[in-house]
Design a protein around this ligand. Sequence first.
Ligand code: UDP
Ligand code: MG
Length: 312
Amino acid sequence: MPTTPVLSIVIPVYNEESNLPVLFQRLYPVLDGLGRSYEVIFTNDGSADRSLELLRAQFNARPDVTRVVDFNANYGQHMAIMAAFERVRGEVVVTLDADLQNPPEEIPKLLTQVEAGHDYVGGFRLNRQDSVFRTLASKLINVVRSRTTSIEMTDQGCMLRAYRRPIIDAIVRSGAINTFIPALAYSFSGNPAEVGVKHEERHAGVSNYSFYQLIRLNFDLITGFSLAPLQIFTMFAMACSAGSFLLVLVLAYYRLFLNDDTKGVFTLFGILFFLISVTMVGIGLIGEYVGRTYQVVRARQRYHVREMLETK
Ligand code: UDP
Ligand code: MG
């Protein structure tokens, strides 16, 4: 078995028992056909179904090219990828989803770009096959991201991507906790490129992301890469206080010089409610950053590996 393969394929797996057999069937022939040494690293992200059993069977069938990281619990897609990144041996690393939304047949397209000299090649989904809601939400967050961070990419949600090893090493060294790997990689890259890749409907099952998790993930994307939310909030709060100060002057003028105190109470209530809601948003926002700081300061291990299946 080659100890340093050219290519490492990284696949996070969470409850994908109905997709894994087809994934194995389609992925391995593509890789065998590349004529390059490779390894596939699966991370079982605390699946509750038969995923681990299937991964174990695949490891036994192709021990030369298969490695499995088995988490004790569910730590999320990006942590699953991170754990594999910490263990990859290849010079070029490709990430891909296990549900066949990213066709394995598109991998060679990315490799062509890497060979052309790019250290980071992001896929963008041609003809995206997701719900209208997901697609629209994605567009919206794309706009927010492009305005609040300096990260430029067509499709941040596409996980079919290729990285040269130094980028992976930088990601691992960063020790990031709540992160969004494509964006983190972009920030370390010197010569990024993008290619359009096919997108398929989920082969089986439903997305593992709930609405709440999607919001959390996108918070990771924005607050993890930019202080803009805090800065915009401060500017807004400053404008509000200036505005309310002016209002106070106007109300005082009415009261003191025109002896008219009829408008005062309701206007003040209005202002008060508004300012309280602004304050609450601000506290929440600060909380996001404090929470992140807390996690870093706490320095607890980010995930726990129960078992590693690999040929030494
Ligand atoms: N995934 C994971 N841990 C999670 C959620 C998802 O490892 O907590 C994996 C999942 O098995 C799949 C990939 O991440 O390989 C993308 O997940 P999914 O298809 O549910 O997301 P979507 O395509 O809907 O964004
Ligand atoms: Mg999917």
